[in-house]
Design a protein around this ligand. Sequence first.
Ligand code: PLP
Length: 442
Amino acid sequence: MTNHIFGRSTKGSLPVATAGDGCYLIDATGKRYLDGSGGAAVSCLGHSNAAVRAALHDQLDRVAFAHTGFFTSDPAEQLADTLVAHAPEGIERVYLVSGGSEAVEASLKLARQYFLEIGQPQRHRVIARRQSYHGNTLGALATGGNEWRRAQFAPMLVETTHISPCYEYRDRAEDESVEAYGLRVADELEAEIQRLGPDSVMAFVAEPVVGATAGAVPAVPGYLKRIREICDRHGVLLILDEVMCGMGRTGHLFACQEDGVAPDMITIAKGLGAGYQPIGALLVQGRIYDAIAKGSGFFQHGHTYMGHAMAAAAANAVLGEILNRDLLTRVREQGAKLDAKLRSSLGQHPHVGDIRGRGLFRGVELVADRTTKEPFDPARKLNARIKAEAFANGLICYPMGGTIDGQRGDHVLLAPPFIIEDSQIDDLVSILTHAIDTALAA
Ligand code: PLP
């Protein structure tokens, strides 16, 4: 067993990361790895960023931790203000936690408490989508629709219903317009709310661009607007999970800004700390906060490390870099180049079915047959082979299986640092193409 459990089991089986240098990680032998996925869309500024390092040193010299039951801190207040200033309309409050799962858990509990406080205690049901991942803690895992991740824990998961994802490549009929397709799948939410009983539904949760379980699958234009209308019609809260796709990854600070939709709550994490500190946040509409503030006055939730001053200081520096260096424009420009390069190298490949995404958040879906879109047999473990082959050749990318239904299908997720140079995009695509071909030949 080599995953995530440190001690004897990892010694000798994984390289030891000893340094970071811009878009590269370096191991103890001096080997350099181009970080084409930021782990899983975390390292948006690359490694060893000078501004973030300075901010962390500075904060450490002041104060690292002061419990939020007693104190606030300058970095936490500054971070909340910056996030609100750039967030979609109506977002006025920020709840700082330590990661993505914590942000999603907080959103579910805040939604529940909101309905209790406004006198609708019957609302407790959550609807999400089949192709989704919202975290590994039990509430977040129940919300996610990925069968492979859920299966072993199914008896422990609160009942959540899942509708179809917005997955144009596989689900749009040939004679259906993109717009009609988006409305058709969005309308599944209406049907599901009616089936469950509109008064019992608390929230709909979705990723605007699906990350880990699907490989950067964006909602088609119009889909999220229709979802917003349906939620409004039934008094259901819209929670958008931007843990992976938020914080500039798609070329907008919040991915939903491209869709022109303002949700009731947004969860963010990964790119917020950019790997320099563990941090996540739940952003909420003012009226939700007000209902609780003017009601019981106490959100029945909390974690020891929430609002951590060091984590907030890192996030302030990250946001400073993204906004002051206009990295959002750079994400759009370099994202377009990455997309073009992927299409020129892999667009005609007999086993590449789809290349998709937004900004520097891109996915490549692999198929056994391009015409029928038949996936590879999962027993072939194609995604694991691609990962190993790319890694051996100095590229970190994020291939996964279960793309279609949590069981079948392979994709590669790419999420390089926003500072990636043209020549590094060339290297990334060339190593990836070679890894795919070598894995397919095995
Ligand atoms: N939500 C989404 C969309 C994610 O991609 C992830 C992690 O990959 C999570 C939530 C969970 O975040 P964390 O791993 O920080 O708990």
